[in-house]
Design a protein. Structure first.
Length: 345
C-alpha cells in the first residue's frame, strides 16, 4: 500500500532561489504555475512580499507588518506556467541581490463557494491540503467555505483593506481553537470562534471588511502541521513528519519579543546544520537577528523523515517543556502511489 497519494511533492510546493537583475525577468523551473508566491530578499532588509492568484499579481501583503494590501506594478507582475515574472523594484528584483521564493499550487484563479453563510472565492488544491479563500465579512457571525476535504489545522488570515494584525487560527496546540499572529512574536490566545470543519471556517468580526485566508491541513507524505515539546538540550527533539522536509516553519508558544516565526528550507542552507533561517515577522536578511548572524542560536537538522532541533536552550524553542507549533512541507515523501521509495538523506 502506498504511503502517500503525492508522488512528487515539488509539483505542489517548491522553493525557488534567484538573483535580481534590476530590470525585468521571468523566474522559471518552479515546476507549476503558482497560485501563492512568497518572496523575501535574502541579503537585505526589504520585507516578505506575498502574492496570490485571487488578489492578483501586483497586489502585495507582508507578514512582517500589519499593512493593508497595496499595489506595486513593478514587483511580481504575473503568474506564469512554470513560475512568475518580475518588474524592476528592489524588494523582489534588485540588481545583484539574492532572493528566495516559496511557491504553492492552489486551484487556479478561483471558483465561487457557497458552503458557508458568506459566498467565498476559493483557489483550492484538496490533494495537497491547501486553499486560498477571498471573502468579505458581514455584520454578524460568518462561516466561509474553504474548498478542502478536511478541516484546516491552521488558517492564516489578513484583513486586506486596512492596517490590522494577521491571525493564525489553529487547533494543533491543545485541540481547542487558538490563534497566533504571524506578524508578531506573541504566543497563542484562546479564540472565541468555532473551530473549522471539513467544509467551512468561522469568523465573527462584526463589520463588513475584505479578507484573504490561507488554509492548510496535513497530508500524509507531503505536509505536516503539528506541535513539539523542547527538551532544553543541544541534542534537541526529533519531530517525525514522514518525509524529507523542503520547508519548516516554527513558532514557539511564547510571548517574549524574540520567539519568532522561524523559516528553514532545503535550498538556502545545508541540511546539517541548517542555521540561517528567515523570520516571517521580520524584514532582516538570512540568519541575522539583532544586526549580526544568528548561526549560534537557531539550528535544525532536516532529515529523511523529519527534522531535529539543535541548540535547544539558546533560541526561541529553548527550555525544557517549551511547546512550539510547526508547518512542514516535503521535498520527498517516503513512498508514493507509484510505490517507489525515496532516497534517505
Amino acid at each position: 500500500m502506498a504511503y502517500s497519494t503525492i508522488n512528487k511533492p515539488t509539483e505542489h510546493f517548491n522553493t525557488k532561489l534567484y538573483t535580481g537583475n534590476g530590470s525585468t525577468q521571468s523566474i522559471s523551473s518552479v515546476g507549476f504555475q503558482p497560485d501563492f508566491t512568497w518572496i523575501k530578499q535574502r541579503d537585505g532588509t526589504y520585507g516578505h512580499d506575498l502574492y496570490d492568484a485571487l488578489r492578483g499579481a501586483t497586489k502585495v501583503i507582508n507578514t512582517n507588518n500589519n499593512l493593508a494590501e497595496y499595489t506595486e506594478s513593478a514587483r511580481l507582475t504575473s503568474f506564469d506556467s512554470d513560475g512568475f515574472s518580475l518588474g524592476s523594484e528592489a524588494p523582489t528584483n534588485g540588481n545583484g541581490n539574492s532572493y528566495v521564493s516559496w511557491n504553492w499550487l492552489g486551484g487556479g484563479s478561483g471558483l465561487s463557494n457557497t458552503d458557508g453563510s458568506v459566498t467565498t472565492t476559493v483557489s483550492a488544491n484538496p490533494t495537497a491540503g491547501f486553499s486560498i479563500v477571498k471573502w468579505d465579512s458581514t455584520s454578524g457571525s460568518d462561516s466561509m467555505g474553504h474548498g478542502l476535504n478536511s478541516a484546516p489545522e491552521i488558517i492564516h488570515s489578513k484583513r486586506i483593506n486596512a492596517n490590522e494584525n494577521w491571525s493564525a487560527h489553529t487547533s494543533v496546540v491543545d485541540g481547542s481553537w487558538d490563534y497566533f499572529r504571524i506578524n508578531t512574536t506573541d504566543g497563542k490566545g484562546d479564540s472565541s470562534y468555532t473551530a473549522a470543519s471539513n467544509s467551512v471556517f468561522y469568523y465573527n468580526y462584526g463589520t463588513v471588511q475584505n479578507w484573504i485566508s490561507y488554509c492548510f491541513h496535513s497530508v500524509k507524505g507531503f505536509s505536516k502541521i503539528g506541535k513539539f515539546t523542547s527538551n532544553g538540550n543541544d541534542d534537541g527533539a526529533f519531530i517525525y513528519t514522514g518525509f524529507k522536509p523542503a520547508l519548516v516553519m516554527i513558532k514557539p508558544n511564547v510571548t517574549d519579543g524574540w520567539s519568532h516565526w522561524y523559516m528553514f528550507d532545503n535550498k538556502r542552507d545545508h541540511y546539517q546544520l541548517n542555521d540561517a533561517p528567515q523570520y516571517a515577522n521580520l524584514n532582516i536578511q538570512d540568519g541575522y537577528y539583532g544586526g549580526t548572524p544568528a548561526t549560534n542560536y537557531s539550528q535544525i537538522d532536516m532529515l529523511s523523515t523529519g527534522f531535529k532541533i539543535r541548540r535547544d536552550g539558546n533560541w526561541g524553542v529553548g527550555g525544557s517543556g517549551q511547546v512550539s507549533i510547526y508547518m512542514a512541507f516535503a521535498e520527498a515523501s517516503l513512498v508514493g502511489t507509484n510505490d517507489v521509495p525515496t532516497t534517505a538523506a
